[in-house]
Design a protein around this ligand. Structure first.
Ligand code: NDP
Length: 449
């Protein structure tokens, strides 16, 4: 059921496959964007003449480096570090760092590529980049994580800067890791450059609402999608995958808006609580004790723990995949639709496989792709950079209002673009086209760079 690529775009895609062998996730992310750009080249032939798409598919710079460190037993460990500085047409490279054993160049490139369009959608002056390592923080002591982060930054510092490249968190990278990386950067450059990292601690340059932003933003987005259909989250049953940063704050905002969240997961299994999840307990298990989600069912007697990744078999009206890429496949999508799901918004990056997306779109349910739905995280990072630049710190209420306005704006722009290009309600096309045109115009204005 693959969608046919436009005749101008097919050779570009084949060239991407040839030049980037084995990088399956990157191929998937590029293909999803190219599938929607045919009508753009008809309207703006100058983008084809100037080879804007070919240029966007090639990162401006890719850095791959060795990260040697010593574990608590004194043994030497070696990991691999990556930073892909994909596109700086709209501002300094901006995108998180991911620490997970599955990380390789293809994952970082897919994330960096998505980030270009996502960052353009936010309306903030930020380019696209991403980084990470195959380091697994699970089971490591604080000192091991610190030594690893220091070794990573001893190499990466030379490629960063508040006007050059500004990392943040992602899977496996939260406040603790950002603290260690920022500390080592500051020590090497001998400068307190707050704007070089986002997701910082609140008492050393961080922004209120940054922790909550991706999850909250995803929920604001799904609520906007429901509003276009005369509906809202109020009273809806919701299933959220993951139980990390994005999942926890998606659950929090769903509950605030009157929904009932009955399940969440980690990579080993999922918990179901038909009375609605106890969020304080989840925060304690995940944020304070750093334990597995399974523990929830030990503490809440009526809750169930089920091993495996079958969370999408649970009937719900709204599904929020907030764990990782390709976690929701065609079978899962078909089951969700069959069980009455009316809206899906992606807190994670590329969590739905191409088959899954086609099933959601064919069923005409509201489907919000990650690059639009989870853009609230990076948008609030840009708000953190604004506060750092003006030596200011805003209140929670003000920052959350800015986030909400940004998400409403993204939804409006994406929806209007989908209408303008004759595909009303196709948020995938709307997001790709809106983001692409913005970056393409900037690249055109700047000449052949
Ligand atoms: P966290 O590390 O805080 O949490 C990740 C969650 O996803 C954990 O519950 C983890 O379970 C689960 N998970 C990770 N890998 C897998 C896997 N291979 N299979 C099944 N479950 C898995 O990360 P975040 O919450 O920050 O990120 C989640 C998603 O959101 C990612 O796709 C990320 O790129 C995206 N995102 C994050 C943003 C942010 O601001 N943090 C911004 C925009 C997007 P376990 O503990 O068992 O590994």
């Amino acid at each position: 059921m693959t969608i046919q690529l436009d005749e101008k775009l097919d050779p570009i895609y084949r060239d991407v496959l040839r030049r980037n062998p084995g990088e399956l996730e990157f191929h998937q992310a590029v293909r999803e964007v190219l599938e929607t750009l045919g009508p753009v080249l008809v309207k703006y032939p100058e983008f084809a003449e100037k080879k804007i798409i070919q240029r966007i598919c090639e990162p401006e710079r890719q850095i791959i480096f060795r990260i040697p460190w010593q574990d608590d037993t004194g043994e030497i460990q070696i990991n691999r570090g990556f930073r892909v500085q994909f596109n700086s047409a709209l501002g300094p490279y901006k995108g998180g760092m991911r620490f997970h054993p599955s990380v390789y160049l293809g994952i970082i490139k897919f994330l960096g590529f998505e980030q270009i369009f996502k960052n353009a959608l936010t309306g903030m002056p930020i380019g696209g980049g991403k980084g990470g390592s195959d380091f697994d923080p699970k089971g490591k002591s604080d000192s091991e994580v610190m030594r690893f982060c220091q070794s990573l930054m001893t190499e990466l510092y030379r490629s960063l800067g508040e006007y050059t490249d500004v990392p943040a968190g992602d899977i496996g990278v939260g406040g603790r890791e950002i603290g260690y990386m920022f500390g080592q950067y500051k020590r090497i450059v001998n400068r307190y450059e707050s704007g070089v990292f986002t997701g910082k601690g609140l008492n050393w340059g961080g922004s209120l609402v940054r922790t909550e932003a991706t999850g909250y933003g995803t929920v604001f987005f799904v609520n906007e999608m429901l509003k276009t259909r005369g509906d809202s989250l109020d009273g809806k049953t919701v299933v959220v995958s993951g139980s990390g940063n994005v999942a926890i704050y998606a659950i929090e905002k769903c509950v605030e808006l009157g929904a009932k969240v009955i399940a969440c997961s980690d990579s080993a299994g999922f918990i179901v609580d038909e009375n609605g999840l106890d969020l304080n307990l989840i925060k304690r298990i995940k944020e304070v004790e750093r334990r597995r989600i399974k523990v929830y069912a030990d503490e809440v007697k009526h809750a169930r723990y089920i091993e495996g990744n079958n969370i999408w078999s649970l009937p719900c009206q709204v599904a929020l995949p907030c764990a990782t890429q390709n976690e929701l496949n065609g079978k899962d999508a078909a089951l969700l639709v069959k069980n009455g799901c009316i809206a899906v918004a992606e807190g994670a990056n590329m969590p739905t496989t191409p088959e899954g997306i086609q099933i959601f779109q064919a069923a005409k349910i509201a489907y919000g792709p990650g690059k639009a739905a989870n853009a609230g995280g990076v948008a609030t990072s840009a708000l953190e950079m604004q506060q750092n630049a003006s030596r200011d710190s805003w209140t929670f209420e003000y920052t959350e209002k800015r986030l909400q306005d940004i998400m409403v704006g993204i939804h409006r722009n994406v929806y209007e673009t989908s209408e303008e290009f004759g595909m009303p309600g196709n948020y995938v096309a709307g997001a790709n086209i809106y983001g692409f045109i913005k970056v393409a115009r900037a690249m055109t204005a700047m000449g052949l760079i």
